[in-house]
Design a protein around this ligand. Structure first.
Ligand SMILES: [Zn+2]
Length: 67
C-alpha cells in the first residue's frame, strides 16, 4: 500500500479541492469554467465606473420650457 499524498488547493471560484498536479491544467481552478468565471469577475470589477447622476438634463428642460 502506498499513501499517495498530493498537494490540494481550493478552487478560487467554487472552493472545490483541486490536486496540484500537472494533469490539472486549470489549477488553481478546478475547471476551465471556474477560471473563466474568475477572470470575468475581475474584468467586470475593473470596468465599473461610478458615475454621478446627471442633473444638468433637468436644467436644460426647464430652460427649454421658459423659451
Ligand atoms: Zn471550481
Amino acid at each position: 500500500m502506498t499513501a499517495n499524498i498530493r498537494t490540494m488547493v481550493a478552487c478560487p471560484t467554487c472552493r472545490k479541492p483541486v490536486a496540484w498536479i500537472a494533469a490539472e491544467t486549470f489549477k488553481p481552478f478546478c475547471s476551465e469554467r471556474c477560471k473563466l468565471i474568475d477572470l470575468g469577475d475581475w474584468a467586470t470589477e475593473a470596468h465599473k465606473i461610478p458615475g454621478p447622476p446627471l442633473l444638468d438634463e433637468d436644467d436644460e428642460n426647464s430652460d427649454f420650457e421658459s423659451y
